[in-house]
Design a protein around this ligand. Structure first.
Ligand SMILES: C[S@@+](CC[C@H](N)C(=O)[O-])C[C@H]1O[C@@H](n2cnc3c(N)ncnc32)[C@H](O)[C@@H]1O
Length: 316
């Protein structure tokens, strides 16, 4: 075991606002298990002190809030010369800016807690679906982890933007890749898709409705279904209500049939609308169990973002 300090990145503050220490600690404990973690300040810098095995360093570096790892030698912090190994340039995830983008670090956290929930490593051939994927922030993160990614988005303009951004970043960073697009089954009646493969991993985005998930990806089952639900402010849901609950109710059977038996659903949502209990009620009355993880953080007067995780009943 090594005594180390994890430096908490200023990006965590941008993602989790004044709750950043609490949220970061929740993510850390979800990933490494229930160990003793001390929060310390040095000037304006924030650290977590903990003892951990060397082989866990790689996982720690991929936590959404970690800027660097230090070995602790008596009172001195010695920065370790290690970085997280990701196949795509950062710009694929952080470079494109658009209205309604899910914070990149929050998205990374959703993947980390999802993997921890199913007790899996990306190299075990994990697949992920974001059924309301916007401009593919979750899917690109999944590719960074070597996870096969699939997405559905109702807005056709989002697919055009994804295509344009992929072309821009692959060209700028000379990233070897393949991009193709077309209509599912070759018919214009079906949704348009974009396929992007690079660095032994890939994603497919389909223009369609999350309520038809089981038809759009009828031959696939997923380990993780991860999404940042529409908040109703930037992004209306399909039936133009501000509350995504009615759409979720219509999606739930389709999502359930696409989830592997030991898979997990990880959702970020504005807990003012729908309330956490209302989401729990919908999922639990449809054969799911709620995991204990939560990470509430106030984003604005009207949005307290939280994270909720479900597994199928009888699989915990
Ligand atoms: C909070 S945004 C997700 C943003 C995304 N994570 C990103 O960073 O680009 C929610 C997305 O859900 C989409 N959406 C809402 N209802 C949908 C539905 N029924 N089917 C597919 N997409 C839907 C919205 O168009 C919006 O892009």
């Amino acid at each position: 075991m090594k005594k180390i300090a994890l430096q908490i990145s200023p990006e965590a503050k941008a993602a989790y606002f004044s709750d950043f220490i609490k949220v970061a600690k929740k993510e850390l404990l979800a990933v490494v298990g229930d160990i003793t973690v001390n929060h310390i300040n040095k000037g304006s810098l924030n650290f977590f002190e903990l003892e951990i095995k060397h082989e866990d360093f790689e996982r720690l570096l991929k936590l959404s809030f970690v800027q660097g790892i230090y070995a602790i030698d008596s009172e001195l912090l010695q920065p370790l010369d290690i970085t997280a190994d990701f196949p795509l340039h950062d710009d694929f995830i952080f470079g494109s800016k658009f209205k309604g983008k899910t914070n990149e670090r929050l998205t990374q956290m959703l993947i980390n807690v999802g993997l921890a929930t199913i007790n899996a490593k990306p190299e075990q051939g994990i697949s992920l679906l974001d059924p309301m994927c916007g401009r593919a922030t979750t899917l690109l993160w999944a590719m960074q982890y070597g996870i096969k990614a699939r997405g559905i988005e109702q807005d056709p303009k989002a697919l055009e933007d994804i295509h344009r951004n992929l072309k821009k970043w692959t060209k700028l960073h000379r990233q070897k890749h393949k991009i193709s697009d077309g209509f599912i089954g070759g018919s214009k009646k079906n949704g348009k898709f974009i396929d992007f493969t690079s660095a032994d991993t890939g994603m497919r985005v389909v223009n369609g409705d999350a309520r038809n998930t089981n038809h759009i990806f009828k031959k696939e089952k997923f380990d993780l279904l991860i999404s940042d639900l529409p908040y109703g402010v930037q992004h209306f849901t399909t039936d133009k209500t501000r509350n995504p609950l009615s759409v979720i109710k219509q999606c739930i059977d389709a999502w359930k049939s696409c989830l592997k038996k030991r898979g997990a659903i990880v959702l970020a949502f504005n807990s003012n609308n729908p309330k956490r209990n209302a989401l729990i009620e919908v999922f639990e009355s449809n054969g799911f169990q709620t995991m204990s993880f939560s990470a509430p953080h106030r984003m604005s007067e009207s949005i307290i973002r939280d994270v909720i995780i479900f597994k199928l009943k009888g699989t915990i």
